[in-house]
Write a protein that binds this ligand. Structure first.
Ligand SMILES: C[S@@+](CC[C@H](N)C(=O)[O-])C[C@H]1O[C@@H](n2cnc3c(N)ncnc32)[C@H](O)[C@@H]1O
Length: 271
């Protein structure tokens, strides 16, 4: 089987990355935060550094400091490590002086085949649309800081959407119209976790480039009015306020991660 090169942008959970890896593909996640599933292929840094197919290079001094053949960075035997290393034939390299980081990519397959992106939605979600206005009232006019954040969020999304990658899927909640206007493209479909065996309600939009709509894999009984395990009786999210609430809420559901990996890798391999 041909191995696909897959970038999972803005993912700390490692769920989508590991789902593709389980199918035998070369998948790397990237986030400003560390990955929750360590020893996987994760770049902790700005997506802009890796968008063009680059992968970070680990130096031997970091990964095998004791010289005993055991990679400390990825916790594996150095001979089976999937790190590309700084001096392989058939690879091209770039060095970013500002961060002191080195990146490489294969010369005969420089770009990612597919990117799945989960850009931040805090200021773009339709559920928070009123907060773009002073004291959440339209008649008070816009909250300039929040509005600017919304515009920057939309520009970031647009940058991912315009990447030089043939197949792209970007996930976000239902989006406020002003952000959509900046992005200039409508979502391709709206899915629900309960279509994928997850007892949860969360309208999730997918923007798809050169990919078919995601097909449901295990639809649970009920409909959009059915209360799910993540909801209160009035339909709000159950999680109590906490500093980590956003993180708990934004992890990709495993059923959706598995469907993305299964359906999109076979689509690309068969097209
Ligand atoms: C809504 S969360 C997505 C979480 C994802 N669904 C998961 O399961 O891990 C958005 C993520 O984008 C990351 N992020 C924001 N700006 C970024 C950048 N410039 N480069 C890489 N990641 C970035 C944030 O750190 C945050 O973890």
């Amino acid at each position: 089987m041909k191995k696909l090169r897959i970038l999972v942008a803005c993912e700390y959970s490692g769920r989508v990355r590991e789902a593709f890896k389980a199918l035998g593909h070369d998948a790397m996640s990237c986030d400003l935060l560390p990955t929750e599933q360590p020893h996987g292929n994760h770049y902790e840094g700005d997506i802009i550094h890796v968008l063009d197919g680059w992968m970070p290079v680990d130096f031997t001094s970091d990964c095998d400091p004791e010289g005993d053949g055991w990679c400390q960075t990825r916790d594996c035997d150095i001979d089976t490590c999937d790190c590309i290393g700084p001096t392989q034939d058939g690879y091209e390299y770039k060095y970013i002086e500002k961060t002191g980081e080195m990146f490489g990519r294969p010369e005969n397959h420089p770009h990612w085949d597919l990117m799945i992106g989960h850009p931040p939605c805090t200021y773009m979600a339709n559920s928070g649309a009123l907060r773009l206005y002073v004291d959440s009232k339209k008649e008070n006019g816009i909250d300039a800081t929040r509005w600017k954040n919304m515009e920057q969020g939309a520009e970031f999304f647009k940058m991912l959407w315009s990447a030089n990658i043939k197949h792209i899927a970007i996930e976000n909640p239902i989006m406020v119209g002003h952000a959509k206007k900046i992005i200039g493209v409508n979502q391709s479909q709206v899915i629900q976790p309960w279509w994928f065996g997850e007892d949860a309600s969360k309208a999730t939009c997918l923007w798809l480039k050169n990919l078919p709509k995601l097909k449901e894999t295990n639809r649970l009984p009920g409909d959009n009015t059915t209360r799910r395990a993540n909801q209160t009786a009035s339909g709000q999210n159950k999680l109590a306020p906490s500093p980590d609430r956003w993180k708990e809420r934004s992890r990709t559901y495993q059923g959706i991660a598995d469907a993305l990996a299964d359906q999109y890798s076979s689509h690309i391999l068969n097209s």
